[in-house]
Design a binder for this molecule. Sequence first.
Ligand code: C2E
Ligand code: CA
Ligand code: CA
Length: 570
Amino acid sequence: MSKAGMSMDYAGEDRERVAAMRKRQVLIVEDEFVNREILKAYLEPEYEVLCADTGGKAREMIRAGFDTLSLILLDLNLPDLHGMDILRWLREDVHFSKIPVIVMTSDKESEVESLTIGAVDFITKPYPMPKVIQARVRRIIELNETRDLIRETSRDHLTGLFNREYFFHYAEQYDHFHGEEPTDAVVMDVNHFRMINERYGKAFADEVLRRIGIAVKAFVKQNGGVACRREADRFLVYCPHRADYTALAEEVTAAAGGGMKGKIRIRLGVYSGVDKAVAMEQRFDRAKSAADTIRNSYNVTVASYDDALHEKEVYAERLLDEFQEAIDQKQFLVFFQPKFDIRPEKPALCGAEALVRWKHPELGMISPGVFIPLFESNGLVRELDHYVWREAAAQIKAWKQNPGKTVPVSINVSRVDMMDPDLPEILRGLIEDNGLAYGDLHLEITESAYTQDAKQIADTVNTLRDMGFVIEMDDFGSGYSSLNMVTTLPIDVLKLDMGFVRSAFSEGGDTRMIRVIVDIARSLNVPMIAEGVETKEQMLALKELGCDIVQGYYFSRPVPANEFEAFLKA
Ligand code: C2E
Ligand code: CA
Ligand code: CA
């Protein structure tokens, strides 16, 4: 066990033992018999009093019984050692230094020095009234026990670093004393910590965290500042500004990996020269945003919060703030992009995908690529999706009346929606309220949703299919699902991730991956849709490869409902 861990346990045990004994132990170090006896008489009723008449004996007794001593009363003039030397000796040991010391002296000059070295109080000789001595002793013991308690509750047990609450408190204090000095907020995360936990077990993962803790502690000890383990694998450091953190990143990475070089990777986010008008927690949120930008990067280990990131955050904040208003004012528009069946000689319209846009009164048209991930991260996407679905369903109903014809419209169902137990009922309501058939709506579920909780998703998908919905697996092949999983999943259509089309038709690209996925679709006996198809050549090549349905700019961009009618009427 690390030293830090040991001292933590010690503090806890110590208090328990002392509490069990009831009578606190006090050590009097005093060579004059009379003084010793007087003090002893004052304190005996309340304490278990131990006595030492030389410095040597005192050290022996402290070594043997440090963990039960509540207080030391120390005379400065001893026959063998000077009291100051004993004080220094006490302060140098992690365990001994926790015992409070009251210095007893007739020499006024020594007071300041002894306080500087670490005595907590002093009593001048000749002794004051017994009551005064008793009160001081009692107060010092109480203070020290409270401090121990704080020390313990303020620490993370695994690493001995501060925990979150105390860290923010001490960081504020740090500012208080270093107000003018430039300071950095640093966030450290272990890449894929969950995987480490799963692959190597909790004991190993804990060991990794403990080693990181030691490295972080060493860093603040050397450079100043405060540090904590915020939760799980996240460490925070608040420290004097420095230009470069690669050395720290390397040190921590090396420490974390122990003997296993390269196995464990750390990423650092730095908010450098923090703006002290910004709330403390937010400073670390900024450092965290920086760290997140390199979440998937293999080479970069340190990222800084900069103006661009700041602007992006301010923009995201604004979108979040204005979401509700945008829903209420119907700023979200639903566009439709046609899907064509390319198996016949002449491609035939066979469906559409409903895609949302945000027509913002000041920011203009905003792409869902910008706001969907944002709303997915906080659940707002659910409300937005319900809105889009209602708009799409109402549109289908309208088309059924005029021009009296429609095609199945796919709506996007996000991960968040899939976790919603009310989803089947919400969709049923949509169908019934608009007098639609279940076949009028197809549901696009992104492949990555399937990996979150495969069993739960599969159950939900089965329920939806039993109701009569067609399920399209969107973004297929984007890298999450194993082929094995796909074959056991309930789906009706595979929608190839656009990336395959992009790379197949870019320079030096080849179509082998598409061929593999066409084979998978064939073996599952489901049609395959390719999206992002921009040219006639691409369309023909895909047809040649065995792809059934195509969606993309070649046929049409996503367009407003009134423009889409032209396809229905054709
Ligand atoms: P997605 O579901 O994969 O949608 C396909 C995206 O590809 C759409 O982008 C579409 O406009 C674009 N696209 C279609 N043909 C082409 C082409 O030939 N070339 C290129 N370069 N792009 C093409 P969009 O509309 O920007 O949507 C982006 C993503 O936002 C969608 O990806 C989907 O994940 C999400 N999204 C859009 N609308 C909704 C919605 O109503 N609800 C939810 N949950 N997500 C939505
Ligand atoms: Ca989609
Ligand atoms: Ca897609």
